[in-house]
Design a protein. Structure first.
Length: 207
C-alpha cells in the first residue's frame, strides 16, 4: 500500500468512526445499525465490515481508543511535561476541554455505554486501571512536592481529577440548556469563555 492509499484508508476509517460515535451515542449499542453508520460515513456496508468486521469490534475500537486518549491528555501533561505544577494542570485542563470540543458526542456516548453495556465499560476501565492508578499516584507525589514547596495548597489527586472531569464534561452534556438559559447564540465563544472559567476555578482551588 503506497502513501496515498494509506492516507485514503485512514480517512475512510476516520469517517466510519465519527459516524459510529454519533450512532452509538443516540441509539445505544443495541439500537445502532451498521448500515446507518456506513450510509452516514459515505461508504458501503461491505467497506465498513472490511475495516471493522463486526459492530462489536467497531464499538470496542471507539471506546478503547477514546478512553486511552483521555487518560493520556489529562494525566500525561501533569506528570510528564515540564514547567510548574500549575502550568501542567492548566495544560491538562485545556487539552481535555479541547478534546471534548472536537468530540462533542463523546460524553453522551460514554453515558450511554455505561447504562446500556456496563460489562464493556468495566472491561475497558479494568484494562487501563493500572496505568491510570500509576499516573494518579505520580501526580499525587508532584502535588505533595509542590505543597511542601509552598506552590499550592494541600490537594488530593483523586479529587482534582474528579473536579476537572466534572467541570469540563458538564457543558457538553448540558449545552442546549445552558445556551438557552444564558441567551447566548455563539456556541464557540461560549465554550471558549467556559474553558477559561474552568481553568480559573481550578487554579483558585489549588492556590
Amino acid at each position: 500500500m503506497d502513501k496515498q492509499e494509506s492516507k485514503q484508508a485512514k480517512d475512510t476509517e476516520q469517517l466510519i468512526l465519527e459516524a459510529a460515535i454519533t450512532e452509538f451515542s443516540t441509539k445505544g449499542f443495541d439500537g445502532a445499525r451498521t448500515s446507518t453508520i456506513a450510509a452516514n460515513a459515505g461508504v458501503t456496508h461491505a467497506m465498513l465490515h472490511y475495516y471493522f468486521r463486526t459492530k462489536e469490534k467497531l464499538f470496542e475500537r471507539i471506546f478503547k481508543d477514546k478512553i486511552r486518549y483521555i487518560f493520556n491528555i489529562v494525566l500525561a501533561p501533569m506528570v510528564e511535561a515540564s514547567g510548574s505544577i500549575k502550568q501542567r494542570i492548566q495544560e491538562g485542563i485545556e487539552k481535555h476541554f479541547d478534546f471534548l470540543l472536537a468530540n462533542k458526542e463523546l460524553p453522551i456516548f460514554f453515558i450511554t455505554t455505561i447504562n446500556s453495556r456496563p460489562e464493556a465499560y468495566q472491561e475497558v476501565i479494568g484494562e487501563f486501571s493500572t496505568t491510570a492508578h500509576d499516573r494518579i499516584c505520580a501526580l499525587q507525589k508532584e502535588l505533595d512536592r509542590a505543597y511542601k514547596n509552598g506552590e499550592i495548597c494541600k490537594v488530593s489527586a483523586d479529587q482534582l481529577i474528579g473536579d476537572i472531569a466534572s467541570l469540563n464534561v458538564f457543558p457538553f452534556l448540558a449545552y442546549p440548556m445552558l445556551m438557552a438559559a444564558t441567551a447566548c447564540s455563539d456556541y464557540d465563544a461560549y465554550m471558549e469563555t467556559r474553558k477559561k472559567e474552568i481553568v480559573e476555578i481550578i487554579m483558585k482551588r489549588i492556590s
